[in-house]
Structures are given as C-alpha cells and as structure tokens.
Design a protein around this ligand. Structure first.
Ligand code: ZN
Length: 459
C-alpha cells in the first residue's frame, strides 16, 4: 500500500473477479479492486474496497492494465478497404495510396481521423497509442499538432512520431514528389515539435519520437542525422524495418546489404529505437537486435493482410528485444483493436513455435509491458501497481462468448471473444464507460469523418 492510499481515492474500480496487474510482485489478485488518486494507481487490493469519491464496477470481470498500441498510422482510416488495393502486397499498395493521401491530407483530416481512430482503440481497451505520421504535404499546416489536439480532447495518452519521407521516385525512392520534404526542413521541424510537445514528466500524456518512414522513403543521411538528433534531444527513434521480401530486395539492390545491416550502419542499433514489423530478420540478426535492446512492434493483422509474413517474436523476445503490439495503419489492417492483435499474436506464436510457446499471458505481456518498453516507459505504463499511471481496461467477460470460462480469466480473455472493453480508464478518467465512448463528440466526429473520407475515396 502506498502513502497515497491513506487519502480518499478519486476513483475505485471494484467488484473484479480478477485483477491481472502484470506486476511480478503483485501478480493476479482475486476478488480485487484498484484505487486511483491524482492519475496514478494508489493501491491494488482484495476484498472490501476503500470508499472513494467515485466508483466504477468491473461487474465480476477482469481488470488489466490498459493496452498499448506501439505502431499505427491513424490517418489511414480515411481509406479503409480501398477497393483497387485489397489484394496487393506492400509496395504496390503504397504506390497506389500515396497520391490519394497526398492530395487530401490536411489539419482537419488528420484531427478527425485521429479522434475517430483513438476512439476505436479505446473501445478495444487501449489507453496509450503511438502514431507514425509520415505524410506532410506542403502548405497543409501542422499535422502533428492537429492529432495531438485530438488525443487531448478524447483523453488518450499519446506518442505521436514525427514521420518523414525525403526520397521520391526520381531519386530512387517509392513515394511521389508531392509528398516528400527537404531533409534540413525535416530535421528543423522535428526539433520544433519536440520543443513544443514532448513532455518528460512521469505520467506525461504526450511524448514525441522521431520517425523516418523506412529505408525506401528516406536517404541514409537522413537516417543518420535523425539518430544523432534523437540522441541530442533525448527522444526515441521509430521506423519500419524488414517488413517483407520487397523491403529486403530493395535494401540489397540499393545499399548492397540486408535491412538489419543498413539499420546498424546508420546508427539505429540501440535501445533508443523501436521498429514496426521486423518480419524478416535471420537468427543472427535476431540475436543482434535482442542484444542491442531494439524494441519491436508486432503487427500481425497487417502482416497477414499484406501477405508480408509472420514476425519471429518468440525468438526476438528470447533474444532480449522488448516486443509490443501494433494495429498498424487502418488501410492495411484495417481494424484497429489491440485486443485482436493480442489474440492473433497468441495464435501465430503457437503456430510458429509450438502450443506452449505463446500463452495468453505472454500475449497480454506484449500488449502491456512490452508496449511500454517500446515507448521507453517501463514500470510507468502497462502495469498496475502503486505509483504507476492509472490506465486500466475492464473486461466484463459475460454473455455467450464467455460462458463457461473458469478460474483462468486471462486465457479466457484471449481464447474467447471477440470482445471490447467494458470500461477504459486513462490517467484516472473513463474514456469508455459501459462499452460506450464517454465524449459527447463521437457522432459529430463520425459525421465529419464520413465527409472527409469521401474526399480521399471519391465514388
Ligand atoms: Zn506501418
């Protein structure tokens, strides 16, 4: 019990059949409750819960730390299930969509798509999301600030990354000229945005990272300069790495080396980095990534839809890499449920490495403490213990889909379903209550999203 627990909590979540704290010391608490004060967990206990200014019932269900989404492109929910590209692998899919995104992306589109995308994530029990926003067409305003305002409005903890693309088709890259930026401009804008938005305090709601999009959209010089800038500003680094066979082939043809060797040569083989996908590393590369502590955001739905492959996350975890989960962009996944990615990660881990290689607990670990480690916030997010942030998901686990689940509610959560969160609490405040978004703005935002998405996908 912390000293804080002597004061009346702001909120108590009570009546849980089980609280899975993901904390090694506290473990799983039966007949549990969690008390919250000043945005932090004050105490976790069993039996009679303390009195509080407000209570929320877990209704005999399971309480877990809020899930963490370690990779996303929120704006892509404006081009979901885009008809010409529903059956293409990565490069063709990107080349078709770049011009559509480049033509219509602006502050309003980013704000509304981020708001709606974060609402969707909150409904899946997610409390913290990253976003990789790599398209910044000239003259469309400050898109990172527009998405941060959306996260602040809905109440989600947010880790946007300033994505960049500088290598257009005429220079040997993949994107068209209209969506790339000059490299000096990218670095200056990165520094400006970190100064404006990056909060280093414990419990911060907004932190920024730097994120050149991929080796096939920026120059090696920008990768190196970004790593140096991140070191100087003390912020994290994010990019796509070794996503599929085309990615490998591009790296061999352009740089004469494999993706992981390129990544190391440009100064990114460090525990400051976390990467999306990492489907293609060989055993020797897995050992190097693990030894360096490079984080990996495993995005199983996207990897399956784009037929990229299955990331070797059991081996990456064993080698020492923190592995989190990512829903990836909503034009390639196209659903954004961290619960669903956790279930898929469990299923694919069993398929690739054996039935005992990926339990529901291991998948839940990736969705919570693994994601926290990717974002550089181990011990602060993704765990329920006194002093950690008060980010919780409450899973009611009733009805036909969960009938018959016995004492092992953690296995039940990921083996049964589908399910959305009953309550999602961020920083001690409910963003989802009784399965519904709390903000009164949902309908208004969905209407705007509908209008804006037609600008991207004219019919
Ligand atoms: Zn991605």
């Amino acid at each position: 019990m912390s000293a804080n627990s002597q004061l009346e909590p702001d909120l108590v979540v009570n009546n849980a059949r089980l609280v899975a704290t993901m904390d090694q010391g506290l473990g799983e608490v039966e007949n549990g409750w969690v008390s919250i004060r000043d945005g932090l967990v004050a105490a976790v206990g069993t039996g009679q819960a303390p009195a509080a200014a407000r209570t929320l019932s877990a209704e005999g269900g399971l309480v877990t730390p809020g899930l963490i989404n370690a990779h996303h492109h929120l704006f892509q929910n404006l081009t979901r299930a885009y008809p010409p590209m529903t059956n293409a692998p990565l490069f063709g899919w990107l080349e078709t969509l770049y011009p559509l995104w480049g033509a219509a992306l602006d502050e309003e589109a980013v704000h509304v798509s981020a708001w709606v995308g974060l609402a969707e994530l909150a409904l899946s029990g997610c409390t913290t999301s990253s976003d990789h926003l790599y398209l910044h067409p000239r003259g469309r305003g400050d898109l990172i600030t527009a998405e941060i305002e959306a996260a602040t409005d809905i109440g989600m903890r947010f880790h946007p990354t300033h994505g960049s693309m500088s290598l257009s088709k005429k220079d040997g890259g993949l994107p068209p000229d209209s969506v790339v930026r000059n490299e000096d401009e990218i670095l200056a804008e990165s520094e400006r945005l970190v100064g404006l938005h990056h909060n280093r305090d414990f419990g911060a709601m907004t932190r920024l990272a730097l994120a050149p999009c991929s080796p096939f959209t920026v120059s090696p010089q920008l990768m190196t300069a970004t790593a140096e800038l991140a070191e100087r500003l003390d912020v994290r680094l994010h990019t796509h790495l070794a996503e599929n066979a085309e990615d490998d082939e591009y790296s061999m043809a352009t740089f004469g080396k494999r993706c992981v060797d390129f990544f190391e040569d440009v100064g990114w083989m460090t525990d400051r980095s976390w990467v999306a996908h990492c489907v293609r590393p060989n055993p020797e590369e897995i050992a190097r990534l693990g030894k360096a502590g490079v984080g990996v955001a495993h995005c199983p739905s996207s990897n399956l839809i784009l037929s990229s492959g299955i990331a070797p996350v059991v081996d990456l975890r064993a080698a020492g890499s923190p592995v989190g989960l990512g829903v990836d962009g909503s034009s390639s996944a196209d659903s954004a449920s961290v619960w669903q990615e956790a279930r898929l990660a469990m299923l694919l881990g069993k398929l690739c490495n054996g039935a005992d290689a990926m339990s529901a607990r291991a998948a839940l670990e990736m969705a919570t403490i693994g994601g926290a480690a990717c974002l550089g916030r181990e011990g602060e997010l993704g765990v329920l213990r006194p002093g950690a942030v008060a980010d919780l998901a409450v899973w009611k686990m009733d009805g036909p889909a969960f009938a018959g689940v016995g004492p092992d509610m953690v296995e039940g959560l990921l083996r049964c379903g589908p399910v959305g969160a009953h309550h999602t609490i961020v920083n001690g405040t409910a963003v989802v209550e009784a399965g519904q978004i709390v903000s009164p703005r949902l309908d208004e935002m969905l209407k705007s999203h509908n209008v804006i998405s037609r600008r991207f996908q004219p019919v």
